[in-house]
Design a protein around this ligand. Structure first.
Ligand SMILES: NC(=O)c1ccc[n+]([C@@H]2O[C@H](COP(=O)([O-])OP(=O)(O)OC[C@H]3O[C@@H](n4cnc5c(N)ncnc54)[C@H](OP(=O)(O)O)[C@@H]3O)[C@@H](O)[C@H]2O)c1
Length: 275
């Protein structure tokens, strides 16, 4: 793994090789191709201070795309990923209070509870976080299998985000399984901006969404996406796979600014933030 942006602008010092997240000097050390520790990745992907301190929510998305824009292959994102992508995926989860995911992704990717990982335990405790992020499944119909470990045996209680008109029987089933149902919409669906506010109200300000495209498109359209961590996989798939964000297009394209770019084995790991 090496950093391509910010562009290194001064010679490496011995100390700089240890801290890729520490500005220009750190970027220099990080420009050498070498395996980054999880602590280094965590420093590079730290949430902004205001979100870290619980003052404002910060919604980050983590997605992977092929060169030709496919967000899945054979219905899953795993064929587009690689070992470094999975390390970043795990690090982003370890930094988050909650992982927000669309029901279709939870169903197709057979979501399980996030793991409490020893490597991140001390940092999470110091940051006032539980042992693992909660998973928050966004669903209108609640056609979810509530007998799965995602709902019955997570390290941290799973949330179900839905609208006020969600089927009462399914809400009761979710609650019986142990999930916390959070209403974030007046109709059947969730209002994306209200979902962010509701999660912040529960003390979750370090937000991570893992899509899928239909959910991410709504966060984009609502103007509540603060950051996109996008892995560009050096692959072409053709076909008619979804892009990383779907739904109705926004009136004016939303401009983001490049915050960092890492590379390993031809995969590019970009981080774009709302300016
Ligand atoms: N490339 C990547 O990084 C990446 C990441 C994630 C997923 N994926 C892929 O994307 C595919 C799935 O994504 P998708 O876009 O089809 O689905 P999705 O966004 O994961 O989930 C769509 C479902 O979420 C619920 N939902 C979405 N918006 C809602 C709202 N405003 N209110 C209430 N519920 C809402 C609905 O669930 P109900 O039907 O239960 O009401 C809807 O059917 C899979 O193939 C997966 O592998 C790729």
């Amino acid at each position: 793994m090496r950093r391509l942006f910010p562009v290194p602008d001064q010679p490496a010092s011995p100390a700089s090789t240890e801290e890729p997240g520490a500005g220009a000097a750190g970027a220099t050390g990080a420009s050498r191709d070498r395996e980054w520790s999880l602590a280094e990745l965590a420093a590079a992907y730290a949430y902004p201070e205001d979100a870290h301190a619980g003052r404002v929510p910060w919604l980050r998305a983590n997605m992977v795309s092929t060169l030709d824009g496919a967000a899945q292959h054979d219905g899953r994102s795993q064929p587009l990923s690689c070992a470094a992508d999975m390390r970043i995926f795990g690090t982003l989860r370890a930094l988050a209070d909650v992982v927000v995911v669309g029901a279709e992704t939870a169903r197709r990717e057979e979501y399980r509870p996030a793991r409490a990982r020893r490597e991140f335990a001390a940092a999470r405790a110091a940051a006032g976080q539980g042992p693992a992020p909660a998973i928050a499944v966004v669903s209108a119909g609640l056609d979810l299998d509530f007998s799965l470990p995602l709902f019955t045996s997570p390290a941290v209680r799973t949330l179900v985000l839905t609208g006020a008109a969600a089927p009462a029987g399914r809400v009761a089933a979710a609650e019986r399984a142990g999930a916390a149902v959070v209403v974030a919409g007046d109709g059947g669906g969730v209002d994306p901006a209200r979902a962010v506010r509701a999660l912040a109200g529960l003390g979750h300000t370090r937000l991570l969404t893992e899509g899928g495209p239909r959910l991410l498109g709504q966060f984009v359209a609502a103007g509540v996406l603060d950051e996109l961590c996008l892995t560009l996989a050096p692959m072409l798939t053709a076909g008619d796979a979804q892009r990383i964000a779907g739904g109705p297009s926004v009136e004016v394209p939303r401009r983001f600014a490049l915050a960092s770019l890492l590379e390993e084995d031809g995969f590019l790991f970009s981080r774009y933030r709302r300016p």
